[in-house]
Design a protein around this ligand. Structure first.
Ligand code: HEC
Ligand code: HEC
Length: 199
């Protein structure tokens, strides 16, 4: 290689390094809309409010699905005053939804530190293993099963969420509906304590 060629190849390597750095930076930059979410769901997607679910680490597929469901009216927004999730998603484009879902999927999920009743949790574990564990794998902690993360979500949020499914108020997969609709209030309570017990 003569000197001139060497000069050119060093120059192009430098360009390649710089452009890699730029791509990397673009990737770690949060989507603009994420700011709207962090006030409630936590800066890193881990919620410190017991009525708000953590959204860090949920698979992008499920997360995007949830946002479409709120936006398109298939999922009720439970906060009676603010209807927060309906307001939040009303103006999001499909592209923004996919970006937000990818962004939060890349964050680390952390289970909530909270009190639970050990007897109820044991009863809930038995119900989970019999009726839910086939889809909600590893005790409901594995996001790769594309069935969300149940383990370590806040107890008050889970009670609400579970009772919406048990009374068939919220759209759900048919095979889940057959297992959950008709569960008693005590069963729902037990399941919520089981998920809360995983810390
Ligand atoms: C004012 C508070 C508030 C803001 C802001 C907010 N959320 Fe939520 N979010 C909630 C509450 C409360 C729930 C659960 C109750 C419900 O379904 O209405 C929820 C539920 C969710 C869920 C469902 C999670 C699950 O496990 O079922 C997702 C996903 C979500 N929010 C994402 C977002 C994103 C993305 C943004 C920003 C664009 C956002 N949220 C902004 C309060 C908020
Ligand atoms: C056939 C598979 C299947 C079975 C069985 C099943 N689920 Fe699910 N579940 C899913 C999938 C997929 C989702 C996520 C997508 C959705 O909400 O449509 C989900 C979502 C949920 C959510 C919502 C999580 C959130 O944060 O919004 C809860 C709570 C839940 N399941 C509880 C249960 C419980 C409790 C049982 C057992 C009594 C059960 N599921 C049985 C597949 C299943």
């Amino acid at each position: 290689m003569n000197k001139r060629m060497l000069g050119i190849s060093i120059f192009s390597m430098a360009v390649a390094v710089v452009s890699f750095a730029l791509v990397d930076e673009a990737r770690s930059e949060p989507p603009g809309a994420a700011k709207m979410c962090q006030g409630c769901h936590g800066q890193d997607g881990v919620s410190s409010k017991d009525t708000v679910p953590s959204i860090a680490g949920i698979s992008a597929f499920v997360h995007a699905d949830y946002l479409y469901a709120y936006r398109d009216g298939a999922r009720t927004c439970t906060d009676p005053k603010t209807k927060a999730m309906c307001t939040m998603t009303a103006k999001l484009t499909d592209e923004q939804i996919e970006e937000l879902a990818e962004y939060f999927a890349g964050m680390l999920y952390r289970p909530a530190e909270q009190d639970f009743d050990a007897d109820k949790a044991a009863m809930g574990a038995a119900i989970h293993d019999e009726k839910c564990g086939k889809c909600h794998t590893d005790g409901g902690s594995n996001p790769d099963d594309d069935a969300s993360i149940l383990a370590g979500q806040w107890l008050p949020y889970m009670k609400l969420s579970l009772s919406q499914f048990a009374s068939d108020e919220r759209e759900q997969p048919g095979a889940m509906q057959r297992k959950i609709v008709g569960l008693s209030e005590a069963d729902v309570e037990a399941l919520a304590h089981y998920y809360a017990s995983q810390q």
